[in-house]
Design a protein around this ligand. Structure first.
Ligand code: COA
Length: 335
């Protein structure tokens, strides 16, 4: 039976490390508060002039390398998940595809905030299963540092910049790396819990200039926390049921790195021991659409995941949106 198969993984983190101590000099916060409430010790922020497309191109290049492909390879589809595109128009993916020499690829962005990478994986997987593509490049890339409100200590300590990319190819369901299934969902009734109020047609239709604060990312943390735990747990359980994987057969839970307390609560609700949850939020913060591929690469490089292991991905983000994916781990080296 045909399936989408993970064939390569690449990541890029901007060099600038931002420690909790640095943020404590700037905001009314402390290393202790950030560590105990979120699990974050440091994050990376892009340098001046470094855009989401720049990060995405670097991660995409490394993913191609990990899959044994060169620049200009025969890739049919590039899907870029991001909350922070280079421009409101056009999408960032075509530029990234061009910079990677993927001249014959269809390329577009997906906007599902922190769930974006799982959404993009599902879309690419469907194209492969339908025979519309043989090889796809799926990227999650963000520069949240460009949308954080410098007056908001809560969001400013949580989010980081980075990019991760995966090469998917059309293969067989019984080979390591095959995706067994996906579960996606949304609830737009809670769209205001995570939002950049201005800059879109809702604000422009009022013929008023964007407000200073309205340009920035806003989040109602407590409500988001509760929703994230509930939706990721429910989505994971629904997917495991659909693909017929008993919960104790899951070797690794790779959840969206939103908050270490959220990750522990999701593991507990699903019934997966905390030690099987991959955690890298301490080093990179919440990197939104880049969070899942960065955590996957971290687990791969650390030797935590082995070929054939069962891996459950689950994410939650603005929209609200959520999504889960199940795959067996392939024999690849992340670059
Ligand atoms: N430093 C110090 N204190 C801070 C702070 C900071 N950086 N940010 C908020 N606080 C304060 C608040 O002002 C509040 O003070 P008060 O009690 O005097 O009013 C107190 O800490 C508790 O705030 P609260 O929002 O209740 O904290 P919390 O335990 O819910 O933690 C988050 C806040 C943001 C860390 C947590 O809600 C969270 O992680 N939410 C989900 C975030 C997320 O995952 N976002 C991405 C979604 S995909």
């Amino acid at each position: 039976m045909p399936a989408a198969v993970l064939g390569g993984l690449g990541t890029y983190l901007p060099p600038r490390r931002v420690s909790n101590e640095e943020l404590a000099d700037r905001f009314d916060t402390s290393d202790e508060w950030i560590r105990t409430r979120t699990g974050i010790r440091q994050r990376r922020w892009a340098d001046t002039g470094q855009s989401t497309g720049d990060l995405a191109t670097e991660a995409g290049h490394r993913a191609l390398k990990s899959a044994g492909l060169d620049l200009g390879a025969d890739v049919d589809l590039v899907v870029l998940a991001t909350t922070t595109p280079d421009h409101p128009c056009p999408a960032t993916a075509p530029d990234v595809a061009a910079r990677l020499g993927l001249s014959r690829a269809a390329a577009y962005d997906i906007s599902a905030v922190c769930s974006g990478f799982v959404y993009a994986l599902e879309v690419a997987s469907n194209a492969l299963l339908a025979g519309r593509a043989q090889t796809a490049l799926v990227i999650g890339a963000e520069t949240y540092s460009t949308i954080l409100n410098p007056q908001d200590r809560t969001t400013s300590v949580i989010f980081g910049d980075g990019a991760g990319a995966a090469v998917l190819r059309r293969g067989e369901a019984d080979e390591p790396g095959a995706f067994a299934g996906f579960d996606l969902g949304s609830d737009g009734n809670d769209k205001d819990l995570i939002c950049i109020p201005d800059g879109g047609s809702r604000q422009r239709a009022t013929h008023q200039e964007p407000g200073d604060d309205g340009r920035y990312f806003t989040m109602q943390g407590k409500k988001v926390f509760a929703s994230a735990v509930r939706r990721m747990s429910e989505s994971s359980a629904a997917l495991l049921d659909r693909v017929g994987w008993p919960v104790d057969s899951v070797d690794h839970l790779v959840g969206h790195q939103a908050n270490v307390r959220i990750l522990r609560a999701v593991a507990e609700q699903i019934g997966i021991e905390a030690a099987r949850a991959v955690i890298d939020i301490d080093r990179v913060g919440n990197t939104s659409a880049a969070s899942i591929p960065l955590a996957l690469a971290e687990a791969s490089s650390a030797g935590t995941v082995a070929p054939g292991d069962r891996v459950l991905l689950t994410a939650f983000g603005g929209g609200l949106t959520w999504g889960s994916a199940a795959l067996t781990w392939p024999d690849i080296t992340a670059c």
